[in-house]
Design a protein around this ligand. Sequence first.
Ligand SMILES: *Cc1c(COP(=O)(O)O)cnc(C)c1O
Length: 345
Amino acid sequence: MKPLNQLIRPNILNLEPYTCARNEYTGEARAWLDANENSRIDGFNRYPDPLQIEVKTKLGAMRGVDVDRIFLGVGSDECVDITYRVFCRPGMDNVVAIEPTYGMYSVCAAINDVEYRNVRLRDDFSLDVEALFGAVDGNTKVIWICSPNNPTGNAFPMDVLREVASRFDGIVVVDEAYVDFSDAGSMVDVLDEYPNLIVMQTFSKAWASAALRLGIAFASREIISVFNNVKYPYNINILTQRQALSVLESADVIRKVVEELVAARGKLGERLSALECVRRVHPSDANFLLVEVTDAGALYEFLKSCGVIVRNRSRVALCGNCLRITVGTDEENDLLIEKMTEYGN
Ligand SMILES: *Cc1c(COP(=O)(O)O)cnc(C)c1O
């Protein structure tokens, strides 16, 4: 890995970060007269903890990561964006990502005026590491890998991800939004071995809290410290912090529901495979199935007319005639199968 100060944009490296009142003094006090809040009306009058220490303490204990190696963002969206803003010089640097993959990496690259390079997965959705490094040059700052990958649904083996992390001299991001639905393991467990590794997770999928907008980045202390200097001071509001604590309390329930979802995914896959209009159900390590059908456009429109909304991915590389279908409630899954049966072929 290149030294971090060669990877971080010079303006960010030289940044004199904003120090907010709640950063400058923490602890107990008899009178809070430092932040120009309205002390006469209780409820939401106080600024929230800018570093969300309570949430991170609980999350860190669960994932086995120290508090100062965790960043919380307004969804993974903020974690993705801040990675560009910290490492990629607009108009100069580039990033390398797999194709097909999650759309936010390329949108955020465009917004930040950073060149985005695609490397196609193999036809079986496996990762061609040589091709990946073929796209890398001296100005490549970040490699994006989503595992389990959206929309293909497969997780890449840990040894492949480790190879990418150890070979690349820049930043490797592994987006593990769907990791809880997979047996492939988490790169969080090997974070210590790779100072250039950022692992992203989210409250939006397994944790059933998409509405909260809470994303997580795990990385080295040094990277997290820079992220903290660059983010909006109070990015995670108090309602989100409180609700996140409460969600983390219900880890046992979540674990059980995730098990049920994984079982339901298997059952749904079998039922789909038996339908006339289905050519292939791709194996999935996530909470959705990528399903190749006879005519994705027509089937999508038919399902929509029945009030069943799926994602048409047929214009995405390697996903010709594919629909991406989230595993729903039993009732939703039954309705989907009923309507697809009705559709015929
Ligand atoms: C759904 C999803 C996310 C979650 O994004 P949030 O902003 O945290 O809701 C992140 N990455 C991938 C690949 C996803 O599919």
